[in-house]
Design a binder for this molecule. Structure first.
Ligand SMILES: Cc1cc2nc3c(=O)[nH]c(=O)nc-3n(C[C@H](O)[C@H](O)[C@H](O)COP(=O)(O)OP(=O)(O)OC[C@H]3O[C@@H](n4cnc5c(N)ncnc54)[C@H](O)[C@@H]3O)c2cc1C
Length: 386
């Protein structure tokens, strides 16, 4: 490929930064435009497990294997499943045995950012539109400010991509599931009983058509989600958001009658509650190739988080698009080949994730969760039924 190709990436998340890194080490000039004001504008969210065949492979191709090993938490891969009476139904006998180590999003973003040239990422650019230039290239717009023209614009700008409407008329659909997110700080020192309850990894508790999922992050932080199947506006009306105490009270009311050990999770939550509707693009989402434009990551195939594949698929997209651009002599052929392979690779993953979302909080939710845990016994080196 002609290395003078001008590539712009909209969005500095895991997908966009993986693509930028691999292109840069192969001699391409790349510009990433990111709407956040800087890397520390906000915490990037909870922990992610990176899979050997996708997320880890992408980091390997980016030459960041060693940096990854420094931030990977192999010791936090455990799973525990409980009912609302705090009966332990299943647990992982050895949380450090698998090959899907956990990594905090902020740490993952930082190793990617540290690997890029200093002027690769331009912060505080909220792209509002993409327009054709006169010469078959494309320009990016932030209000009246124009960037470009570029030979290739890659939308890596997540769920509500501003690049996607140029390729596809589909918008993400609400899955019916709403998460109320909460965090618990310094759990080992301040709440040792909760630290034991959650264990080294993830605790799932379900019952009464609701669920709590709590995951251990780095620095003794826990991140939890209370999960409900409700209309999208439900949490806004049902919860009192006037103060953190009032929100906590609303949340506790939803879990009335649950075992005090489980409710302790909500009592210990810090004051940062957040409501998130879970959206997904249709399974099999694809578009007709259009020269000079493409999508990677959530912009291309937003899924519910239940499959645990979103970030892994996103990073592999970045690595695969880079590979085609490096190997191919024509930009359009490279992008076309990436898209065809990506559509095929993503469809079964998106289908599994949609099925997992559809069966959450159903009447046989626990039976399905047990079956799911058991089906992954090989990957997790065995889970112990209680
Ligand atoms: C609650 C929750 C839990 C999840 N848990 C997991 C999990 O356990 N495992 C897993 O694999 N996946 C999980 N996911 C999914 C995972 O977070 C995503 O799949 C992944 O972050 C996608 O990466 P991305 O780079 O495509 O997009 P994003 O991470 O969304 O990054 C997009 C970037 O683009 C920027 N941006 C957006 N719009 C613009 C614009 N107009 N101009 C400039 N910049 C813009 C954003 O600021 C952001 O930095 C979870 C998702 C949620 C919501």
């Amino acid at each position: 490929m002609n290395r003078s190709l001008r590539v712009a990436i909209v969005g500095g998340g895991p997908a966009g930064l993986t693509l930028a890194r691999i292109l840069e080490i192969n001699g391409f000039a790349v510009n990433v435009f990111e709407r956040e004001r800087g890397p520390l504008e906000r915490p990037q969210g909870g922990t992610l497990d990176l899979h050997a065949e996708s997320g880890q492979l992408a980091l390997k191709r980016a030459g960041l294997e060693h940096a990854f090993r420094r931030i990977a938490r192999y010791e936090d891969q455990g799973s525990r499943l409980m009912d609302k009476h705090a009966h332990l139904l299943l647990e992982d006998p050895d949380p450090s045995a698998g090959d899907r180590p956990e990594v905090d999003r902020t740490a993952l973003r930082q190793i990617l950012l540290d690997s890029l040239s200093p002027d690769c990422v331009t912060w505080d650019v909220n792209i509002t539109g993409v327009h054709p230039a006169d010469d078959a290239r494309w320009t990016l717009h932030q209000g009246d400010t124009r960037h470009g023209p570029f030979d290739l614009i890659v939308g890596a700008d997540g769920a509500w991509s501003k690049v996607r409407p140029l390729l596809s008329r589909y918008q993400p659909q609400y899955s019916g599931l709403t998460f109320i997110e909460f965090g618990i700080d310094e759990v080992d020192r301040r709440h040792p009983a909760i630290a034991r309850l959650v264990g080294r990894g993830k605790l799932d508790v379900s019952g009464d058509a609701r669920a709590l999922v709590v995951q251990r992050n780095a620095n003794a932080h826990l991140r939890g989600y209370a999960i409900f199947r409700v209309p999208i506006e439900w949490a806004e009306h049902q919860f009192d958001w006037s103060s953190p105490e009032a929100t906590r009270h609303s949340l506790l009311a939803q879990f009335e009658g649950w075992h005090p050990d489980i409710l302790a999770l909500l009592h210990a939550a810090n004051d940062r509650f957040l409501s998130r509707g879970i959206y997904a693009l249709p399974v099999g989402h694809h578009w007709a190739h259009r020269p000079g434009l493409t999508l990677i990551g959530d912009a291309a195939h937003l899924m519910s988080p239940f499959g645990g594949e979103g970030v892994n698929a996103a990073m592999l997209d970045g690595a695969e698009l880079a590979r085609h651009l490096i190997e191919n002599t024509s930009c359009s052929e490279a992008v076309h080949a990436y898209e065809a392979e990506m559509f095929e690779r993503i469809e079964p993953i998106a289908r599994d994730s949609a099925e997992a979302a559809a069966t959450q909080l159903s009447h046989d939710d626990i039976a399905l969760s047990l079956a799911h845990f058991r089906s992954h016994q090989g990957e997790h080196d065995g889970l112990t039924p209680q």
